[in-house]
Write a protein that binds this ligand. Structure first.
Ligand code: HT7
Ligand code: ZN
Length: 885
């Protein structure tokens, strides 16, 4: 496959300023007429008009009404020589939405028409300079059968509609804002809308709509609420207002990713719109809120100011993830009230860091490691990664930390004032941040955009009792990644606190300062190694480093068990308190997996019990602190990774914690009643999370009383969070009742696609709790033929295969290699219909060299089999090819 280099960027010789699209929609043969005014780009070298196109039939192409004099076609690229300053290019194509199984371009879902154009789907609809630096104004006319598709939507404002002969009708839409082609969208389907009218900050009335299939109208309220809250938050926090008269969200069941920020017409995976208490968990509610916010925030960070090229993807994604994280933290803090706000924010931060550690750290340590702004790619769809999104958000967060809230806001204001309506680069963004902050030097900071790999920050302290000085040495090192053998030092903000022997934070005074100040300070690590001397201390402190996870690094700090237990009990920074518990748990689990210890250390059990019993702590925080680190993260920390040994250790640790703390867990379940009907509220959600965790441990412990409690709670549950929590606890146990519970759950929700996804995922993720238990692979094979399963629906694939390959390593990495052979079969089968989804599944084995040699020997032939498979897509070829390099 061809590799595209960031350094090769050239502006196009011709761009487009207006596009007039006409769609004669038909399931098997849609005719698209595209009239675009192509204009010469004064900033580019002279050259032909360049148009990209694929997967369609070209019926006609004219330039200013005549056949083009010179036209060259190479693969997906068409080059047309043209004279003058502007020409009208008209191209008519025929596409087949029914045959489009890629879910990119124009496709069908439940009989309706939908589009997905990011990153390069528009070229599957019409020939076009399909790059984000071509921003044009669009007028769109949709024509379809009225009975099958009563609703016709596109970007912007509805400017006309009417009847046509033969039972057809049309609608005409005009988008007043220039946009890149990846933000184009249309929907033609049988849908209904929940509507709300709201006023923007400046007093304009706007119409908000959430469009869904008729039976789902009772599941849209939460998404609408989230949209209204997002609008308010962006007005209050960044002074950014909705710029359209109408903003639409449409839910579709077949969708490759979470959602898409098309201008004024967001298209969402149903999973991130639909929620009602009987079918959605607290986590689902939380996800709906944050995805709605994320897409809404793109209206400014992504749409009004977009990316010059796809290498700049983090410009919009990292920034927008940061914005949605801040929004969610603010929403949680507001709901928790002044008393609970700090803990609520910490819980959100913990959630975000868990995702980063479980998904991004392994990516950064494997063959797909890339900087947040990559230097090259073969298939851009493979670069919608945890690095671009989550590490990208961490980089923005560090800017926010370095510049402060006000400095960051000033930078954002300047960014929009300079670049509104343009397609720009990450350098542009960082430069305005500097300019808005008196030339704040961000030159070295830019290395975060160009260096891959997770930096290691090593910390060590020396205490000098004679002069009351604690000298903290911080050093940094970023390991080599593919193509980047040598790394330079980064700017790393390290938030530090020092804890006194009584467990209280000490006021901090650095050498050279006249008096002590705050109890948390942000140190700027910019060299390979630096020493920071804290003075005026009466006794040796315990350092609490990287508070709030102030930088996306791995902190290497030698702390003995007693120190970890001390910080678990006393660290004033809730994030670090959680982190101390995670580090301790990681140490205990990995020691067991490595055969270094057979039982749980009593000190660990005591530290856990103390956290569990501390009723002053928010239940949501306790649920986080008492959950073991994610399995993929632990695997990453093992060398070589041995998924079987890790699983055995996890089962042992969970079981032992369940048994040893049984009385405490039972008390938690008893004492955590949530009264009244279900409402999505962080206070209630925290209690439910802690109860569900207690059930998990009790069931893992295998005692009859615990199993009976989970059964009873499953039967009596009044909402999905409780029902699914109890079911998950039963499934992750040796309970004889788990089969019956799964059947009952299925019977209740057999017609509900989203809930069935949970049912599939639960079984694919099941551990083996007893000798002779059913291997997850056997179950997954059976479920592949379940009538509700379909390889055509990404949600189903992610639920069943994605969970098995990525979230159940103990069952996937079978010693006989049968899991890998199954993986190869599925990746090949999926690739033939949907390369994006196949590539995501393919990534499950990219870090194969990290595994024990016996497993590597089983994996390699399967990777080779996939790579050699005829007609393999560039998407999968890139993943597997890089893995094998
Ligand atoms: N910007 C959107 C990305 C997206 C996407 C990318 C490739 C293929 C399909 C896709 N669907 C959505 C989503 C977002 O980050 O907001
Ligand atoms: Zn996004």
């Amino acid at each position: 496959p061809q590799t595209i280099q960031r350094a090769d960027y050239q502006p196009l010789s011709w761009t487009v300023d207006t596009v007039d699209l006409h769609f004669a929609l038909d399931a098997g043969a849609t005719v698209v007429t595209n009239r675009m005014r192509c204009v010469r780009n004064p900033d580019a070298a002279p050259g032909p008009i360049r148009l990209w196109g694929e997967a369609m039939e070209r019926l006609e192409l004219t330039v200013d009404g005549a056949q083009p004099v010179a036209l060259r076609e190479t693969g997906a690229l068409l080059e047309i020589d043209a004279a003058g300053e502007s020409v009208m290019v008209e191209v008519r194509t025929r596409v087949d939405p029914r045959a489009n199984t890629t879910l990119s371009g124009l496709y069908l879902s439940s009989g309706g028409f939908f589009t997905q154009c990011e990153a390069e789907g528009f070229r599957r609809i019409t020939w076009f300079p399909d790059r984000p630096d071509v921003m044009a104004r669009y007028t769109v006319t949709l024509e379809a059968d009225r009975e099958a598709c009563p609703v016709l939507l596109s970007n912007g404002n509805l400017v006309g509609q009417g009847e046509l002969p033969n039972g057809r009708h049309y609608a005409k839409w005009e988008d007043p804002f220039p946009k890149p082609s990846y933000l184009f969208a249309l929907v033609a389907a049988r849908l209904v809308a929940l509507e709300r009218k709201v006023r923007t900050l400046s007093g304009r009335e706007v119409l908000l709509q959430v469009w869904v299939e008729e039976g789902n109208l009772d599941r849209c309220e939460h998404a609408m609420e989230a949209l209204v809250n997002s609008m308010r938050w962006d007005e209050e926090t960044f002074g950014l207002e909705l710029d359209l008269d109408r903003f639409m969200i449409v839910a579709v069941a077949d969708f490759n990713m979470g959602a898409m920020e098309n201008k004024g017409l967001n298209i969402f995976n149903t999973k991130f719109v639909l929620a009602k208490p009987d079918t959605a968990t607290d986590v689902d509610y939380e996800n709906v809120e944050s995805v709605v916010a994320h897409e809404y925030f793109h209206n400014w960070t992504g749409n009004r100011v977009t990316c010059r090229d796809w290498f700049q993807l983090t410009l919009k994604e990292g920034l927008t993830v940061f914005r949605d994280q801040q929004f969610s933290a603010d929403m949680l803090a507001r709901a928790a009230g002044p008393e609970g706000a700090a803990s609520a924010r910490a819980v959100k931060r913990i959630d975000d860091v868990r995702v980063l550690r479980a998904a991004q750290f392994p990516e950064d340590g494997g063959p797909m490691a890339h900087p947040i702004r990559p230097d090259s790619y073969q298939e851009i769809n493979n670069f919608y990664t945890a690095t671009v999104y989550e590490k990208g958000a961490e980089v923005i967060r560090m800017l926010h930390t370095l510049l402060g809230q006000e400095g960051f806001r000033n930078g954002m204001d300047l960014y929009f004032s300079y670049f509104d309506g343009q397609a720009v680069t990450c350098d542009d963004f960082v430069e305005v941040m500097s300019e808005a902050n008196n030339g704040f030097d961000l030159d070295q900071f830019m290395r975060w955009y160009s260096q891959a790999g997770t930096p290691r920050v090593k910390a060590s302290g020396t205490w000098n009792a004679a002069d009351g000085c604690y000298a903290l040495t911080l050093s940094q090192h970023t390991p080599a990644t593919p193509g980047q053998p040598d790394k330079l030092p980064l700017v790393i903000p390290v938030a530090v606190g020092l804890i006194g022997p009584d467990g209280r934070d000490l006021p901090l005074r650095l050498e050279g300062e006249t008096q002590a100040g705050a109890t948390t300070r942000v140190l700027k690590l910019t060299e390979e190694a630096q020493v920071f001397r804290f003075i005026g201390l009466a006794a040796e402190p315990v350092p609490s480093l990287l508070r709030g996870f102030s930088a996306p690094v791995i902190l290497e700090l030698d702390e003995d068990d007693a120190r970890l237990a001390f910080r678990m009990a006393h660290d004033a920074d809730p994030f670090n308190r959680w982190d101390a518990a995670q580090r301790y748990a990681e140490r205990v689990v990995l020691a067991m997996a490595g055969g270094a210890s057979a039982g749980l250390p009593q000190a660990f059990v005591n530290a856990f019990r103390a956290l569990l019993a501390d009723t002053r702590l928010d239940p949501a925080f306790r649920a986080q602190a008492l959950a073991l680190p994610a399995e993929p993260y632990l695997l990453e920390r093992m060398s070589p990774a041995d998924p079987g040994a890790l699983r055995t250790a996890l089962i042992a640790v969970m079981g032992a914690l369940g048994r040893e703390l049984a009385g405490d867990w039972l008390r938690v379940v008893d004492g955590m009643q949530v009264s009244g009907p279900y409402r999505y509220h962080p206070g209630d959600a925290g209690k439910r999370a802690l109860v569900n965790l207690a059930l998990r441990y009790l069931c893992a412990g295998g005692q009859p009383s615990g199993l009976a409690l989970a059964e009873a709670r499953f039967a009596a549950a009044t909402n999905m969070t409780e029902r699914f929590g109890a079911l998950a606890a039963l499934v992750q146990s040796s309970s004889p009742a788990r089969g019956a519970a799964l059947l009952a759950f299925h019977a209740r929700y057999r017609n509900d696609a989203l809930v069935l996804d949970k049912w599939f995922a639960l079984q694919a993720g099941a551990w083996r709790w007893e000798e002779g238990g059913e291997p997850a692979l056997d179950r997954v094979r059976v479920l592949l033929s379940d009538p509700a399963f379909s390889l055509a629906n990404p949600n189903k694939v992610y639920a069943l295969l994605g969970t098995y390959f990525r979230a159940n390593p103990g069952e996937f990495h079978l010693a006989d290699g049968s899991g890998y052979a199954f993986w190869a079969d599925q990746v090949i089968a999926l690739d033939a219909r949907n390369p994006q989804v196949a590539a995501r599944m393919a990534r499950a084995l990219e870090n194969w060299r990290h595994y024990a040699p016996a497993l590597q020997a089983r994996i390699r032939p399967q990777l080779e089999r996939v790579l050699a498979s005829p007609g393999l897509s560039p998407d999968v070829a890139e993943i597997v090819g890089k893995a094998l390099q």
